[in-house]
Design a protein around this ligand. Structure first.
Ligand SMILES: Cc1cc2nc3c(=O)[nH]c(=O)nc-3n(C[C@H](O)[C@H](O)[C@H](O)COP(=O)(O)OP(=O)(O)OC[C@H]3O[C@@H](n4cnc5c(N)ncnc54)[C@H](O)[C@@H]3O)c2cc1C
Length: 399
């Protein structure tokens, strides 16, 4: 493994880190206070500033107005942005827009690119990805109830989705729907663009997650599609390509998430160590002197370092050999880093005592919302099962 950074990348990361510290972290206060009236204009101004400095769309090719970084380079950027609750949004590389941009670049027709991709890249609109259904297991997405029936030149879509992240305020959804129930399992579904102003598109609510409904891009929508009629030209790729395209977005998407989680871990680690140094449990006796705290610091440092190397290794393998050859590494980091994230956050909260439970710091927000890291983009158990089965088959096991 060779993860030496070029001088250009080092300089870029230092610029981004400064931007995150000075321009983005101060905006966390109104975000954590749910004071969106104060937050939104400031957030928009930060986005414009990032854009004008060329700190925009790090993972998108240059010909589409992005920074053209490789997956490994974007991984490093994603870590620095992950230090703030708002970093990825300010650089316009937040989920699910980032994944939607990538699949539109890869599979969009010229018309789809003009109408949906370009405004997304410019940061003028947002989008969501609507695959999971409350009635069916997301872990087995071939079992799906949403259907797209052909009628003349149109599709008529009927279905019930939830956890469509950022559906609130999205201009369009990319909807996974069954287009041929008789086809082979993985050829049954297609991805179809549905504008949010299509008659029959109904955002039921933002689902409450750990007590918070959120707003805008930081929310998870339940959506009914009641006979939504869209032209067949809104389909991404060929009919039946839905799962293939979904798979394509997931490999790089997992690298983005894992590096963002490492950024969260680093911020939590800084907060934990600073507080342990300052907080005294008796005059002249800082928390940092306690061996339990020292164990947590050492364990966290080791786990974060190991997590980073594993993710960069997976990213490098995708960059060099494609995601099919890196599928084991992708699965391993997905559950391993999610676990590290939760342990590090838990220790950081514990060190802060009661303050750790408040929204004075971002720790409690992350603790609430990143519990989901073990569930989305494939539950831990599904990744463990896939890797373990492949390993065991190498030993001749019939599993
Ligand atoms: C914060 C958040 C954001 C999300 N954003 C989106 C989004 O933008 N768009 C979208 O379409 N979806 C999104 N999802 C949904 C997510 O993809 C699904 O929750 C996930 O695929 C799991 O599906 P499920 O919730 O239906 O759980 P199920 O599939 O019902 O599984 C329940 C549990 O069963 C266990 N399990 C499942 N399969 C196996 C197995 N083979 N072996 C052992 N155990 C197993 C796991 O522990 C799993 O957690 C989001 C979810 C969350 C929490």
């Amino acid at each position: 493994m060779d993860f030496d950074m070029s001088p250009e990348l080092k300089m870029l990361l230092s610029t981004i880190r400064e931007f995150v510290e000075e321009e983005i972290i101060p905006l966390e206060r109104p975000f954590l206070d749910h004071d969106y009236e104060t937050l939104m204009p400031q957030l928009e101004a930060a986005r414009q500033k990032a854009k004008s400095l060329g700190l925009w769309l790090p993972q998108i090719p240059r010909e589409y107005g992005g920074m053209g970084l490789s997956l490994v380079e974007h991984g490093h950027v994603s870590e620095v942005l992950g230090r703030s609750l708002l970093g990825h949004y300010v650089f316009n590389c937040q989920a699910p827009d980032a994944g939607n941009m990538e699949i539109l670049i890869e599979h969009g027709t010229p018309e789809q690119k003009e109408r949906y991709l370009m405004p997304l890249l410019r940061g003028e609109i947002r989008s969501c990805f609507s695959m999971t259904e409350p009635e069916n297991p997301g872990s087995n997405p071939t079992w799906m109830s949403t259907v797209a029936r052909k009628d003349g030149d149109d599709y008529v879509i009927t279905g019930h989705k939830w956890f469509s992240t950022a559906g609130d305020g999205a201009t369009f959804a990319i909807v996974m729907a069954i287009t041929d129930p008789k086809a082979e399992r993985y050829r049954r579904a297609s991805q179809i663009i549905v504008p949010a102003d299509t008659p029959g598109f109904r955002l039921v609510r933002n689902t409450s997650v750990m007590g918070e409904r959120g707003f805008g891009w930081a929310s998870h929508a339940e959506i009914m599609y009641d006979d939504c009629r869209v032209p067949q030209s809104n389909r991404l790729g060929g009919e039946g390509d839905g799962f293939t395209i979904a798979q394509e977005r997931l490999g790089p998407g997992r690298i983005h998430h894992c590096m963002r989680w490492i950024g969260i871990c680093e911020r939590a680690f800084d907060l934990m160590c600073s507080y342990a140094t300052l907080r005294e449990i008796a005059p002249g006796r800082p928390l940092a002197g306690q061996q339990t705290i020292q164990n947590w610091v050492a364990e966290s440092r080791a786990e974060i370092n190991a997590a980073r190397l594993s993710v960069l290794h997976a990213a490098q393998k995708i960059d060099r050999h494609g995601q099919y050859h890196a599928r084991d590494e992708i699965s391993l980091i997905k559950f391993y880093v999610a676990g590290v994230l939760q342990r590090v956050l838990d220790r950081a909260i514990q060190v802060h005592g009661a303050m750790g439970m408040t929204d004075e710091l971002p720790l409690a927000y992350w603790y609430r919302h990143e519990r989901a890291a073990r569930i989305y983009d494939g539950a831990d158990e599904v990744h463990k099962r896939s890797v373990a089965r492949r390993v065991l088959r190498g030993y001749g096991a019939n599993v």
